[in-house]
Each structure stands twice: as structure tokens, then as C-alpha cells.
Design a protein around this ligand. Structure first.
Ligand code: HEC
Length: 201
């Protein structure tokens, strides 16, 4: 049976494998127990506790406009069977004295955590990269002098897709984890954002 935590735990593995300077860890890192979020294993012990200054934005990849709504959630609206690419931007603004070194994130549909399906994204939606990890230093329109990561994600609502609500689980980090130790060495702050997926007919 696929454990609910598999996808979440995989972020650690994905992160490790995407980093050239790090030793190769076994891919099963962190996927052994039922875990609801990054905070099941990690701690929020970093210096970036002033959440209002932390950058978590989702931009339309073409127009570079933010998909943030007034309530603070994000709305990704897509015509059925068409693809739309968004940019996930995470980091700290210009002037930050101790910038994060790398950020990791995961888009997950919490209603799918208990299902045995491999994908924990919204059912019926294709997605190419619902989780990743990246070294700070990307240049993004509007955040040019900040310390951010930015990576595209393409979603496409298929015939079975319905409106859905996702969590965007984010960790800004610096330092290095000790092998097998989520709480040692890594300095991080955890943030959560609501992301609404809407199908247009
Ligand atoms: C089931 C436990 C577990 C969960 C859940 C988990 N992690 Fe981890 N994570 C670990 C462990 C253990 C390590 C230490 C690396 C190792 O043992 O190889 C780690 C390491 C990391 C690292 C640092 C890798 C390095 O080389 O220093 C990042 C970044 C990370 N996790 C991000 C996340 C994010 C983001 C989430 C949530 C979306 C998450 N993790 C959820 C267990 C977990």
C-alpha cells in the first residue's frame, strides 16, 4: 500500500538528488511514516519568522503577474484540456542580512493524502513538477534584488478534473541536514499557502 506520506517525504529525496554537491541519499528518505506536512519531521527554527516579509508568490509564467487574491490565497484558473504554466517564487526581499540558501516546496491536495494513488495532486489534473528544491539566486521580474528561487510548473485539467484546493507547503532553508536527521543541522522556516485550482469550460 502506498503510504500517505510518500510524496511529502520524497521532497527531501528530490531535494538531495537535485543538489550536485550533496552525497546521494537513498530515495526512501523520510517516506516511512504517515506525515501530514514537512513539520511532521522538520522544525521551524530559522531566522525568517517575519512571515509578512517572506516572499511566496505564484506568477503567470508569460505575463509575470501574480495570481494572489485579496484573501492571500492564489487562484490558478485554466481552460479544460489546456496547459498553463506558473512560476513559484520563494525567498526573502532585498536587504535581507541572512538569506536562505535553498528552498523546497510541495503542492499537495490534502484530500488525496489518504488515497493509495501515487499522485497527491488534485485528481484529474496533470502536473509536471508539484515539488522541488532549488538554490537561491534566480532573477525574477519584480524580485530582481531579492534572494529567491523560481521554477515553472505546468498544470492541465483533463476531462475528469474539478475545482480543487491545494496546499503549498514551503521551507526556506540554510545549512545542511545530518544524514537521517531532519532536525539537526538544517535551519528552516515553514510556511503554508492556499492555492485554488479552477477549471474553465
Ligand atoms: C517523514 C519525514 C520527513 C518529511 C515529512 C519531510 N522531510 Fe525533509 N528531510 C527529512 C530527513 C530525515 C532529512 C535529512 C536528509 C537525509 O536523511 O538524507 C530531510 C532533509 C530535508 C532537506 C535538506 C536536504 C539536505 O541535504 O540538507 C530539505 C530542504 C527538506 N528536507 C525539505 C522538506 C520539505 C519542504 C518537506 C515538506 C514538503 C519535507 N522536507 C518533509 C525528513 C522529512
Amino acid at each position: 500500500m502506498a503510504k500517505a506520506s510518500s510524496l511529502i517525504g520524497l521532497v527531501a529525496a528530490a531535494c538531495v538528488f537535485l543538489l550536485p554537491e550533496v552525497r546521494a541519499y537513498p530515495p526512501a528518505v523520510g517516506i516511512l511514516a504517515e506525515n501530514r506536512s514537512c513539520m511532521s519531521c522538520h522544525v521551524s527554527n530559522g531566522p525568517w519568522t517575519d512571515e509578512e516579509n517572506t516572499v511566496v508568490d505564484i506568477l503567470d509564467a508569460k505575463t509575470k503577474t501574480s495570481l494572489r487574491e485579496e484573501a492571500g490565497s492564489f487562484l490558478i484558473e485554466v481552460r479544460r484540456n489546456e496547459a498553463r504554466t506558473v512560476l513559484t517564487v520563494i525567498g526573502r526581499p532585498k536587504g535581507e542580512a541572512s538569506p536562505p540558501r535553498r528552498n523546497a516546496w510541495l503542492y499537495v491536495d490534502p484530500t488525496q493524502l489518504k488515497s493509495s494513488a501515487l499522485s497527491k495532486f488534485a485528481p484529474g489534473w496533470d502536473v509536471n513538477l508539484p515539488m522541488s528544491c532549488r538554490i537561491v539566486g534566480d532573477v525574477v521580474e519584480g524580485y530582481e534584488d531579492g534572494y529567491v528561487t523560481a521554477l515553472p510548473m505546468t498544470v492541465r485539467p483533463g476531462d475528469a478534473a474539478r475545482d480543487a484546493e491545494l496546499e503549498l507547503q514551503v521551507m526556506l532553508t540554510t545549512g545542511e541536514s545530518l544524514k537521517g536527521e531532519a532536525k539537526e543541522g538544517l535551519i528552516s522556516n515553514y510556511l503554508l499557502r492556499r492555492v485554488l485550482l479552477r477549471v474553465r469550460e
